[in-house]
Design a protein around this ligand. Sequence first.
Ligand SMILES: Cc1cc2nc3c(=O)[nH]c(=O)nc-3n(C[C@H](O)[C@H](O)[C@H](O)COP(=O)(O)OP(=O)(O)OC[C@H]3O[C@@H](n4cnc5c(N)ncnc54)[C@H](O)[C@@H]3O)c2cc1C
Length: 305
Amino acid sequence: MNKEYGVIIIGGGPAGLSAGIYTARARLSSLLVEKGIIGGLITDAEVVENFPGFPEGISGYDLTQLMYQQATKFGLETLTAEVTGIELEGEQKIVKTSEGNLIAKAVIAASGTERVQLNVPGEKEFTGRGVSYCATCDAAFFTDQTVALVGGGNAAITEALQLTKFASKVTVIHRRDELRATRIVQEKAFTEPKIEFLWNNIVERIEGEDVVKRLRLRNVVTGEESTLDVSGVFVSIGFKPNTDYLKDILPLDAAGYIVTNEKMETEIPGIFAAGDIRRSSIRQVIAAAGDGATAAIYAEKFIGD
Ligand SMILES: Cc1cc2nc3c(=O)[nH]c(=O)nc-3n(C[C@H](O)[C@H](O)[C@H](O)COP(=O)(O)OP(=O)(O)OC[C@H]3O[C@@H](n4cnc5c(N)ncnc54)[C@H](O)[C@@H]3O)c2cc1C
């Protein structure tokens, strides 16, 4: 028979780890299920300067390793597995994972978001061989090379600026004729001599041999097709919530985010959500950590009632 937990937490980012600190410290039997590496999205950040307690800044990896140590010290168990669905059986929640089914009284969904892909030919094939979704992680591999960055939002343009520290030239490819990034970020980009803009263009295909060599582009206004020779392409066109495993049991908003109340309760009693997967999240570590704590405290109350 499967072991029954008090709380199962889905996702090992700042929201899940903070929830785990609270549930484990409350002596609830707690299991955190993470499909990848512990730490979540913030492990991509070289330095986090806005999390309280670290006046000199701290790397996202180090910050979440400390959270992990703190949670496991209080008895949080962890499992490497992907959650694929949740079924409700009376009061019990059956959490279906790639490693088998698990049972819990309460579930905290803290599975965050993932980067949106271009979905064009060549993208999958060249991921890790010229196609990247994280400038902070991979910019140094492109020292003195020419690269492209696809996107026009704040994160995208910040990443383009980061890339100029290494690459000899950065072409920003944007499907519109203006950026969505804030004014101050735009001004920096427009005055950076290494950045060039290719407006109204979309990537239709990524080509190369062992590694990326060129992009095939199409102008969405004129229909004109062109090629751009690059050694790398960074994709920064937004994030989507990791909520597929909930879609059969929980109403999600049009973009797939979870709606909660201020107690982090969803529409299903005993299922809570925390962090970047919530509709109104500000998508910052401090907010994710706060959500995790709130969800844990109300999960404890739910189990106790
Ligand atoms: C490059 C970059 C820099 C950033 N810099 C900052 C910063 O300086 N300050 C700041 O406050 N914020 C920053 N952020 C935002 C911050 O990373 C997020 O707000 C934060 O990580 C959200 O935490 P979370 O726990 O909600 O989700 P995540 O960190 O996304 O964690 C979710 C976890 O759930 C796991 N998961 C997903 N689906 C499943 C599943 N089905 N089964 C099991 N596990 C699953 C994922 O693998 C992931 O580990 C940055 C983000 C990026 C990308």
